[in-house]
Design a protein around this ligand. Structure first.
Ligand code: ADP
Ligand code: TRP
Length: 331
């Protein structure tokens, strides 16, 4: 993708708990790569309002939304280069989401696979907040006129809705909102350790947390399904494919090829593979964990980062919201 002077980036992560390898590889790594580019503006928020769209614990949310900022800082997001903020502290997000709801049909929202999945997961909580989730996300992105969004592949339907909202708003009201694209990383889909589906916070046993110790990482990998070691006689199982994908992401394509040859030849010794993989994963997480401790020890600094980020975000958000309201006859 061509990155130009006018590239603006926004991304966010819900405050639902500890970040895991999927969040890191699919979203945070993309944020880090884009932050490196001098010419582009980067906005990274905690989607704390999105957290209330599914059942949640109030005390945990209070803690988690700050923890995500600490995770961002620990991962290397730099407040000197990127605007880091909490979505709930910039009220314009909610205001714009409501304005967007005037150009989107109920049917389109109800048919989104992400909505249907969540309703299946929480049948008692098919709320309006959940239905409006993608419009709030569209507001997050379009308030900053962001044209590039580093997120995992599971978020593609939401980016598509965002493009549709922008097109409709531009058509109906004459606004000039961009149609954003997803910025994909090599880890855009990190599989679950259980062999089926993606790694996710909401599925216990599916993930490795960024704060896990080496022993915890190995223990979690030990639970991951493989095969009897003579799997080469049949088609490769999903569990083995997933482990090889993690090997590629943390130890490189060459290492994966080595294991693939072993698979065809003598069969893989999965105990050894898992031990080696745990070492590679921990090597990448260790510096993050050390930086995390440093930020935990400096709560005032974290407060200042949030405050400065909110002030910067608010200024940009206000301008876009005023433009949109003016076009809609509400200025
Ligand atoms: P979860 O599904 O674990 O609750 P979120 O929905 O909060 O995670 O996702 C936050 C970010 O991390 C999004 O950009 C999402 O696309 C990305 N992400 C989540 N899980 C994965 C995964 N398994 N592989 C790649 N990216 C992921
Ligand atoms: N929906 C995203 C997720 O579940 C979180 C999110 C909210 C987001 N607003 C955003 C991501 C804006 C990118 C841009 O992961």
């Amino acid at each position: 993708m061509l990155l130009t002077m006018s590239t603006t980036v926004l991304s966010g992560i819900r405050a639902t708990g500890r970040l895991h390898l999927g969040n890191y590889l699919g979203a945070v790594k993309g944020m880090l790569a884009l932050q490196q580019e001098e010419a582009i503006s980067t906005f990274f928020m905690v989607a704390d309002v999105h957290t209330i769209t599914t059942p949640y614990n109030i005390d945990e949310l209070r803690i988690n939304r700050r923890e995500v900022i600490i995770d961002y800082l620990a991962a290397g997001l730099d407040p000197e280069r990127s605007t880091l903020f909490l979505q709930s502290m910039v009220g314009e997000h909610l205001e714009l989401a409501f304005l967007f709801s005037s150009v989107m049909s109920i049917a389109r929202m109800q048919h989104l696979p992400t909505f249907k999945d969540k309703v299946k997961q929480y049948p008692e909580h098919a709320t309006m907040a959940l239905l409006n989730y993608p419009l709030l996300m569209a507001a997050d992105i379009l308030l900053y006129k962001a044209n590039l969004v580093p997120v995992g592949i599971d978020q593609e339907p939401h980016i598509e809705i965002t493009r549709q909202v922008a097109r409709k708003m531009n058509e109906v009201y004459g606004t000039q909102l961009p149609e954003p694209q997803r910025f994909a990383t090599k880890g855009e889909y990190v599989p679950s350790l259980q062999g089926i589906g993606k790694m996710s916070k909401s599925v216990e046993g599916s993930y490795i947390s960024l704060t896990d110790t080496k022993t915890e990482i190995l223990d979690r990998l030990k639970q991951a399904p493989t095969d009897s070691g003579v799997g080469r006689l049949t088609a490769m199982s999903q569990g083995v494919k997933n482990l090889l994908q993690l090997v590629e992401l943390f130890s490189g394509a060459e290492k994966r090829k080595e294991y693939e040859s072993q698979y065809e030849d003598t069969g893989i010794r999965y105990g050894a593979l898992k031990a080696e993989l745990a070492t590679a994963i921990f090597a990448e997480l260790k510096p993050l964990q050390e930086r995390r401790q440093q930020f935990i020890a400096k709560p005032k600094l974290v407060d200042e980062v949030i405050e400065a980020g909110v002030t910067k975000a608010r200024a940009v958000a206000r301008e876009t919201l005023d433009e949109v309201k003016e076009k809609m006859g509400l200025g």
